[in-house]
Ligand binder design. Structure first.
Ligand code: SF4
Length: 417
């Protein structure tokens, strides 16, 4: 019997697919007798491996990968004895994946289930032993917390990192690395909260470090932490950077964090700046206390403005992301928004796409249960709900801004949404 697993990526924001490479690395470590292959079906559709597999693991991490995952699923069902789908948008759309032929939707990190997945590949076990499937209670609880034991991501199974558009930036070739999954915060519109419900899983430090050494051997000296929240552990990030700098020498890096952590972790921020921190991406959403409260951001506009000043004082570039178009924004607030960007010094680091972003009400969004949604008319689509602002001027402004911005590419607060 074949003992082979195919790991398939559908979208990881243009980066070499780290989540899929981690799943493959975990399997290789847990089961050296199982052959593991990989396919980036999004950027390299013609590289589909030949043959039949005992198990296929399909990654559906982001909203943009959802339709692609559905599109490739029938092919994978023909190519494998069993298809298991993982990732936060797989969980939000579990029933749709099962209806389309997937055998199971995993409600855990594949690395944590590597031994069970290998047993399925050997024919010793059935998918029904895995966490998840059609059980709705898994969705309510969120994913389990805890440290993940895994080997470094099997990047060698995917095309060379130089072929991935998001792995090249102003600093040259960049390595996408990850210290943790999940987030302790409960921002109501966020897919990470929707999937993890406040839990986090810390990656195994040695595995992350060995991955960095692999990337450094390729000449990479700028690293992008793709964690949804860099400070999910107060110490792990600083410790990892100190270890990297000791082994590799000077590096630069960037990360994503809540804006209040810029002042909330002053010691760590100062040390991270010494270690090479150049850029911090942070989701600010909109400068309105009313909207920040509805989104449960846990900050006020005054807090946000103080943190912006603090990051300027640290010499770190703050890259904000926004969701200006929500059902609760007022037309006049939108007209004042660009003045606020100028006044806070954020105009030059705000991507034009951020000016036209409209709230995405994906299926599984915690916001759908919010009392603030009670008066918002919704139209159901396959994976999300369309909403319409009560003030037609807001809708028209969104359309104008979208037309202006659509040629400049996408921007995201992190690669998790
Ligand atoms: S928006 Fe950021 S801080 Fe808030 S829950 Fe999501 S990942 Fe965490």
């Amino acid at each position: 019997m074949a003992r082979s697993v195919l790991v398939v990526s559908t979208f990881e924001a243009g980066f070499q697919p780290l989540a899929s490479a981690c799943a493959a690395g975990g399997l290789l470590a847990a089961a050296p007798d199982v052959e593991v292959s990989a396919w980036d079906s999004h950027l390299f559709p013609d590289d589909r491996p030949d043959g039949h597999f005992s198990l296929c693991l399909l990654a559906c991490q982001q909203y943009e990968g959802l339709q692609r995952s559905m599109d490739v699923l029938p092919t994978l069902v023909r190519m494998a004895d069993a298809v298991v789908v993982f990732g936060q948008y797989a969980q939000f759309n579990a029933q749709a994946f099962l209806n389309e032929g997937a055998d199971w939707v995993l409600f855990d990190e594949p690395e944590r289930c590597a031994t069970q997945l290998a047993a399925i590949a050997r024919g010793d076990n059935d998918v029904a032993g895995l966490p998840g499937g059609p059980a709705t209670d898994c969705r309510k609880k969120g994913l389990p917390s805890g440290r993940l034991r895994h080997s470094p991501p099997a990047r060698n199974l995917f095309p060379d990192i130089v072929l991935y558009p998001s792995n090249t930036g102003p600093e040259g070739l960049m390595g996408n690395i990850e210290l943790s999954r999940g987030c302790h915060s409960h921002c109501t519109y966020c897919s990470v909260f929707g999937a993890y419900n406040g839990s986090i899983s810390l990656m195994d430090g040695d595995s992350v470090f060995n991955d960095v050494l692999y990337l450094a051997d390729l000449g990479i000296r700028h690293f992008v932490f793709v964690d949804a929240e860099f400070f999910s552990s107060r110490r792990a990030g600083v410790q990892m950077l100190e270890r990297i700098v000791r082994a590799v020498g000077p590096v630069t890096f960037e990360m994503t964090t809540r804006v209040d952590h810029v002042l909330g972790y002053p010691e760590q921020m100062r040390r991270l700046t010494e270690l090479g921190l150049t850029r911090v991406t942070t989701a600010l959403e909109f400068p309105s206390d009313r909207i920040l409260r509805i989104l449960n951001k846990g900050v006020t506009v005054v807090d946000v403005e103080a943190r912006i000043k603090a990051s300027h004082n640290l010499g770190v570039q703050l890259v904000p992301t926004f969701i200006p178009f929500t059902p609760w924004v007022e037309y006049d607030e939108l007209l004042r928004f660009e003045d606020w960007l100028v006044a806070t010094g954020l105009a030059s680091t705000t991507h034009p796409t951020s000016l036209q972003t409209k709230l995405l009400l994906f299926k599984g969004s915690p916001l759908l249960k919010s009392p603030h949604m009670a008066d918002v008319p919704l139209a159901e689509k396959r994976f999300s709900y369309d909403w319409h602002h009560a003030d037609e001027r807001v809708e028209n402004l969104w359309q104008d801004r979208r037309d202006q911005a659509e040629m400049v590419g996408a921007v995201r607060c992190c690669v998790k949404c």
